[in-house]
Structure formats: structure tokens, C-alpha cells
Design a protein around this ligand. Structure first.
Ligand code: MRU
Length: 372
């Protein structure tokens, strides 16, 4: 997406490996947004692993793409089976919930394992690049699917009325390589001149809505308001939300949706108010090995994320402040599960799919066999 007139992706190749020199990957350091747009270079497997676990990159599809490049970086001086397998394990351990991580690592391992050691590094860079490029094309397609939904709602509006969309967390271009999942339909609708407005949940504790989604939408010129996490129910009761679109870190074969903590409460409020609740996802986010959402591992992160909030002072200094008594115990569950019955539909690269086992199996028949 464009930021101040310049085209950006969240991850890119800075240097392919050449004689005697390893490759390198550039990323936007998302821990610095929205106050600073800074990039850093990943040159080693550990750089990639830390970027994922410390959330310099985050969002299920981008975690997958970064892991793929992490494998490529790992093979620089050693392309043995042992190195491949330790790179897999190191990257797999970074974050537990987003299944795109396992998907991307399996893609890499499946391709590289049968190759001769001397062929592996170049093949890894090529496949990681394809995974990144495919993500862009898939999200663009998700945008087309979702655009139809937004168009049909826009057709019911009186002149001057906006289509109001609520989103949670950041399933924007920053969570992918480009376009985003939940935001792709929003950006496409904006491009088409449809009058849209987005309610952006701040998304405590890490504030992906406040720090990232609000920044993205602002840079793209999409009308939006940042709201605190508990506002959605009130807005829905007052007819101020036409549809909810969120992303997902893992959706099961039966259509249960795991996404950022708080998503479930939005789905409940949407259900109670007859507001359509859609989930946008690439098929790499479907875990065909799991049926119930309650079998999905839920990441628990440091309590510091709950008790300490970062921001910028009026003087432009970035600071962290403690918001609770220093000795208050905290709990930090990063994701929750929205049962399929609360999901109106899945917005995918293969069109709109019902959140139920038969519909998912029918649309993604070819993917089921690949499930580990
Ligand atoms: C297109 S991204 C989908 C999800 O990964 C997104 O909604 C989300 O929950 C991100 O969580 P994060 O903890 O920031 O990685």
C-alpha cells in the first residue's frame, strides 16, 4: 500500500544470497508504529525468529511469510537436514496460534527436503518469494469477494449515508504482505468510491487497532474512528454498524474462528443485533487437522502487555507507562474462539464460504489432503 506516496510491503528481499554473502530481508518494525515508520534488516534465522516472537512482524499471513524467509536465511552456511529441521523447530516455537506459521514451514520443508543440499538455499529464497507474492494476490482476491458484500449494502443506503464497518485488531496490510484480509474489501470499496466508514477497536492490550489499523486507514484516506474495545455493542444496538469484518489466526475445518482476544464478544453482540459478522481469510489460515476451535492453542503473553502501555508525549518522546498498581497480577490471553454458529460467512480467495464443515470441505477439497 502507499504511505505518503511511496509503495510499501511489510516484508521484502533486500539482498539475495550471492557469492560469499548471505541474503537479507527487510521488514517494517511494527513495534514502532504509529509514531515512527522504521525498517530493519533480518540477516539470520534468529533475527527472523525474534521478529516474529517480539511482534516486529505479526498477523497470521505475515508471520507465515516471515517464517518462510527465516528458513531461507537459516540455510546460508549449512543446508543439511539437521539445519533444516532445527530452523523449522526454532521458527515453529515463536508463536503458537497463527496456523499460517506451520503452513509456511511445511511448504518450505516439503519443497526443500527432497533437494540436494547445494540446491536448497536458492530454492528456499525462491519459494519464500512466491509465498509472499501469493499472499498479495490472495488478499487482493479476498478484497474482490468482500467488495461484493459492501456493494450490496451500499445499494441499500440513501444518498449521503455511509456503509459502517467494524473491525477488531489489525487484519490490515500490516498483518499480511500487502492489502490485508479484513481491510482488503475496505480498500477496494474505497477505491471504487463507495462511501465507507470504519469503527476501529483499539484492541487491548497491544492496541493493534489504535497503533496499526488507525494508522493504515489514515494513510489510505479511509474515514474511520478509533473506539475503545467495549463500544461495539452500543454501536450495534443503535444501528451504527452495517457489518463486522475481522481476520483470523486459525479457522478450523468446522468453521470455528480463532482471532484476537475480544473477537468473540463482538460476534455475540453482532448476533444479538442481527449485524452480519464476516471473517476474511486466506485458505492457508484453515487448519483441516482441527475440528473444534477449543483445540486451538491460545497464546498467553507477558502480563507486561496488560499493565504497561506505550505512547508518545507531547514533546515527541516515546514512553511506556504503568497503568495498574505495580504488584497487580495480570493475565494475558491473546486470542479467543468464535464458534462457527456466530459467523455469517468466510470471505476467502475462493469467494464467500459458509462457516460450516461441508461448505469449507467442498470449496477447499484440494487443501484437505495437504493437512499434516
Ligand atoms: C490478517 S491477520 C489475522 C489475524 O492474525 C489478526 O486478526 C490478529 O489477530 C493479529 O494478532 P497479532 O497478535 O497482532 O499477531
Amino acid at each position: 500500500m502507499k504511505v505518503d506516496g511511496k509503495d510499501w510491503r511489510t516484508i521484502w528481499v533486500e539482498r539475495l544470497p550471492a557469492e560469499g554473502e548471505g541474503g537479507a530481508v527487510g521488514i517494517i518494525d511494527q513495534t514502532k508504529l504509529p509514531h515512527r515508520l522504521e525498517t530493519i534488516t533480518l540477516s539470520t534465522l534468529d533475527d527472523a525468529a525474534v521478529a516474529i516472537s517480539d511482534m516486529l512482524v505479526r498477523g497470521a499471513p505475515l508471520i507465515g511469510a516471515t517464517a518462510a524467509y527465516g528458513v531461507a536465511l537459516a540455510l546460508r552456511d549449512d543446508a543439511s537436514d539437521a539445519r533444516l529441521s532445527s530452523a523449522y523447530d526454532t521458527l515453529y516455537a515463536t508463536r503458537p496460534t497463527a496456523v499460517n506459521l506451520r503452513w509456511a514451514l511445511d511448504e518450505m520443508l516439503g519443497l526443500l527436503k527432497p533437494l540436494r543440499h547445494a540446491e536448497r538455499e536458492a530454492a528456499a529464497w525462491k519459494r519464500a518469494g512466491e509465498i509472499a507474492n501469493d499472499d498479495v494476490a490472495i488478499n487482493r482476491q479476498i478484497g474482490e469477494t468482500g467488495l461484493e458484500l459492501i456493494r450490496s449494502i451500499a445499494a441499500t443506503k440513501k444518498p449521503g449515508e455511509k456503509v459502517n464497518i467494524l473491525t477488531h485488531c489489525n487484519a490490515g496490510w500490516l498483518a499480511t504482505v500487502d492489502w490485508g484480509t479484513a481491510t482488503a474489501p475496505i480498500y477496494r470499496a474505497h477505491e471504487e468510491g463507495i462511501d465507507i466508514h470504519v469503527w476501529v477497536d483499539e484492541t487491548r492490550p497491544r492496541n493493534q487497532g489504535a497503533y496499526l489499523t488507525a494508522w493504515e486507514l489514515g494513510k489510505a484516506g479511509v474515514d474511520h474512528h478509533l473506539i475503545v474495545d467495549n463500544t461495539g455493542g452500543h454501536l450495534m444496538q443503535h444501528g451504527m454498524v452495517d457489518l463486522v469484518i475481522v481476520g483470523t489466526d486459525r479457522t478450523t475445518a468446522s468453521g470455528d474462528v480463532c482471532n484476537k482476544i475480544g473477537t468473540y464478544l463482538k460476534a455475540l453482540a453482532a448476533h444479538d443485533n442481527d449485524v452480519p459478522f464476516y471473517v476474511a481469510l486466506p485458505s492457508s489460515t484453515i487448519d483441516f487437522t482441527i475440528d473444534s476451535g477449543f483445540d486451538i492453542p491460545i497464546e498467553e503473553r507477558s502480563g507486561r502487555e496488560v499493565s504497561i502501555v506505550g505512547g508518545i508525549t507531547a514533546e515527541g518522546t516515546i514512553v511506556e507507562v504503568q497503568i495498574s498498581p505495580t504488584d497487580t497480577p495480570t493475565a494475558n490471553y491473546a486470542f479467543d474462539v468464535t464458534p462457527a454458529r456466530l459467523v455469517t460467512g468466510l470471505i476467502t480467495e475462493r469467494g464467500l464460504v459458509s462457516a460450516d464443515r461441508a461448505a469449507i470441505a467442498e470449496r477447499f477439497q484440494d487443501r484437505i489432503g495437504n493437512a499434516a
